[in-house]
Design a protein around this ligand. Structure first.
Ligand SMILES: Cc1cc2nc3c(=O)[nH]c(=O)nc-3n(C[C@H](O)[C@H](O)[C@H](O)COP(=O)(O)OP(=O)(O)OC[C@H]3O[C@@H](n4cnc5c(N)ncnc54)[C@H](O)[C@@H]3O)c2cc1C
Length: 388
């Protein structure tokens, strides 16, 4: 057992941290206030070759594991840009995993190379207004036609759809009630986001304004056969491959964001003097911050354990879910305690904590809720009956 980062993983941390260091609080405040995509940050990460960290070497990626991707996204999350930074590149890292595993050689080259180079952006269209977490109840339907499909339906919360050239799209090609199992009859496509057939409407939201979230209306979008990933009807299964890495990465980003909030609180607690001494001299200030450190640290090692199990091709569902639960809570807690440490100034934009606090709600809600994580663990680890 070797519970520490390897020299290569530390080198990843240092290099990514140097890139993050080029984008200060002013930059992220402006992106947030102007709801402007952090193109310069995205470009810097693409130019550094980081978007393909977990993509196959023969396609221009680095061929590293989810552990290295987690180390990288943890560093991005703690670099000052929080979720705005992390979400601007998140999808590139493991979103297209279904294509890596189930795409043809031609598809991998056509679809993944531009993503790795940062020449194209993609979005991820799974969630629907009438289905929510019950993914098998999606209604977006792909009807077979000559040499392709005609897709009609609606997606919600699709991140970066304002920016994206492509969409990874989960559809039904057979009705749920007609299959033997609810997961049958779903088909996955990776196709051009043709804006003459797809209307993308931005959702005004609480935080991370720099990275858009949208309702997506799809009206008779033609998708050629060559844009279907794998076999018709098996799309849900293909998507499952990327769920654990996604949870691990979301957790890593959350923990990074929490560490940034905690670090800012520690600095403020040392510098701010009230009653003639630093506020950090009071245990009422010290202890909550120390507790945040302990929770963030334990969430981080759970996250790395899940990642190393995944990379060793071992089952990691419980650990990936647990790290998402713990990471999100630890981050939200760190942001809250950081705001309390800053007193009134925590509420001022200048100190950045309110931005991080708003963003720390994202991993609490997405991509899967606490309740469903707990139901998963109750069922799969503790042997309880399935409750949903
Ligand atoms: C900022 C942001 C970005 C996102 N980006 C994307 C994206 O890029 N692509 C995408 O496809 N989706 C995206 N999502 C959607 C996200 O994955 C969903 O919001 C999430 O899966 C929850 O679905 P829902 O909002 O429909 O909640 P619902 O399914 O409506 O659930 C509402 C609440 O009820 C609870 N609940 C429901 N059923 C049960 C049950 N059986 N037992 C216990 N509790 C239950 C849930 O836990 C939750 O608390 C994003 C969401 C956000 C907020």
């Amino acid at each position: 057992m070797d519970i520490q980062l390897s020299p290569d993983q530390i080198a990843i941390q240092e290099s990514v941290s140097r890139i993050c260091g080029r984008f200060g609080d002013d930059y992220w405040t402006r992106c947030d206030e102007e709801a402007r995509f952090p193109e310069e940050f995205y470009r810097a990460m693409a130019d550094g070759g980081w978007l393909g960290i977990a993509m196959p070497v023969e396609l221009g990626g680095s061929g590293l594991g989810v552990t290295e991707a987690a180390v990288m996204m943890h560093t991005v999350g703690r670099g000052g840009g929080g979720y705005a930074a992390a979400s601007s590149i998140h999808l590139n890292i493991f979103g297209p995993h279904a294509i890596v595993v189930h795409g043809t050689e031609e598809q991998k080259r056509r679809m993944l190379v531009p993503l790795i180079k940062g020449e194209q952006k993609a979005c991820f269209g799974v969630t629907e207004p009438n289905a929510g977490l019950d993914t098998t109840s999606i209604e977006t339907f792909a009807r077979r036609t000559n040499e392709g499909y005609i897709v009609k339906g609606r997606k919600v919360w699709t991140t970066t759809a304002q920016e994206a050239d492509k969409i990874l799209l989960l559809t039904r090609t057979a009705r749920k009630e007609d299959g033997k199992r609810p997961t049958e009859g779903m088909t996955l496509f990776y196709t051009t986001l043709d804006r003459s057939k797809v209307e993308v409407r931005r959702i005004p939201k609480m935080g991370r304004a720099a990275v858009d979230s949208n309702t997506v209306f799809i009206d008779d979008l033609f998708v050629p056969d060559e844009d279907r990933i794998g076999e018709e009807g098996k799309g849900f299964r293909y998507l499952l491959d990327s769920l654990n890495p996604e949870r691990i990465l979301i957790a890593a980003e959350a923990i990074g964001l929490g560490r940034d909030a905690l670090n800012r609180a520690a600095i403020y607690a040392r510098e701010r003097k009230v009653f003639g001494r630093p506020i950090g001299q009071n245990q009422g200030i010290q202890h909550p911050l120390a507790e945040c450190w302990a929770y963030l640290e334990s969430a981080w090692w759970m996250c790395l354990r899940a990642a190393s199990l995944y990379d060793a091709k071992q089952p990691c569902g419980a650990e990936a879910n647990a790290s998402k639960l713990l990471g999100a809570r630890a981050a939200f807690n760190a942001c809250t305690k950081s705001m309390m440490t800053h007193g009134g100034m925590g509420y001022a934009r200048e100190y950045q904590i309110e931005r991080l606090l708003r963003e720390s709600m994202i991993p609490m809600l997405a991509p899967v809720s606490e309740q469903l994580i707990l139901s998963f663990i109750a069922e799969n680890v503790l042997g309880q009956p399935k409750s949903y």
